[in-house]
Every structure is written in structure tokens, then in C-alpha cells.
Design a binder for this molecule. Sequence first.
Ligand code: HEC
Length: 129
Amino acid sequence: MRVALLILLGLAIGVVGTANVMSLLAQRNPMPTAIMHTMDYHMASLKQAVKAQHCDATQTARHLLRLQSTATDILPVFGIHEKNFVDFANRLQTHLQQATLANPASCAALATALRPINQTCDDCHRQYR
Ligand code: HEC
């Protein structure tokens, strides 16, 4: 009898514990990774265009604008106030702004514009990811 009760108690603790872990996981903010995946999609599209040597200026402009507007979400969503993190996020903004203004029409111009952007993604990841 005692053993059966102990087993039941163990099961109950297991169920409660699992429910707690599940709700903790659900509460985890999906936004930081959503932002990163959105930027990743647009960066990958641009890199693919360069690789295929098929750089449509209208598509390029669209991807760069999406990158630029998505990157403005980094600081408010991540809520990391360390100077280096803020610097990386601002640097990304600057490079994206410059790329958008440069409005690259050729694959060569696009490749040049992507270099400092890519570098900034990598720099921040090396320290914070
Ligand atoms: C200011 C810092 C910073 C910059 C700039 C930055 N990232 Fe990130 N990135 C992070 C951090 C921090 C994580 C880890 C997020 C996590 O796991 O919650 C991350 C994670 C990622 C991930 C993995 C997401 C996952 O599934 O966990 C991808 C993909 C990514 N970044 C793409 C990019 C691209 C593309 C750029 C440049 C256009 C970029 N990031 C610029 C900080 C940055």
C-alpha cells in the first residue's frame, strides 16, 4: 500500500513538474529568434542573388529595406544594454542605411554593400550568441 502511494506521489510530482517546464518554455520570448531568422532570410536571399549573378535592383531594395526595418527591433526586443551590444546593433543600422541609400543595381555593388553588414552580424554573434 505504502509503495503504491509513493509511486502515485512520484507520478503526481512528475506531472506537475512537466507542466511547469512546458509553461516556462512557452513563456520564452519568441521575438529575439524571430527577428534573427527574418534577417537571416533576407541576407540569404541577397547572398543567393549574388551567387547566382542575378541581382534585380527592385528585389535588392526590398530585401535591404526589410533588413533595415527588422534591425530596428533588435535593441527594444533583446533588452540588452551593454555598450558593446548596443554598438553592434547601431553599427548594423548604419551599414544597412548606407546599403539602402547606395541602392546597389549590380551584383558587384550588392556584394560590396553586403560585406560590412555580414561582418557586423558575425561580430555581434562572436560575442553574444
Ligand atoms: C547586436 C547583436 C546582433 C547582431 C548585429 C546580429 N545578431 Fe543574430 N543573434 C544575436 C544573438 C544574441 C543571438 C542568439 C539569440 C537567441 O538564441 O535567443 C542571435 C542569433 C541569430 C540566429 C540564430 C537564431 C536561433 O535560431 O537561435 C541567426 C540565424 C542570426 N542571429 C542571424 C543574424 C543576421 C543575418 C544578422 C545580420 C543581418 C544578425 N543576426 C545580426 C545577436 C545579433
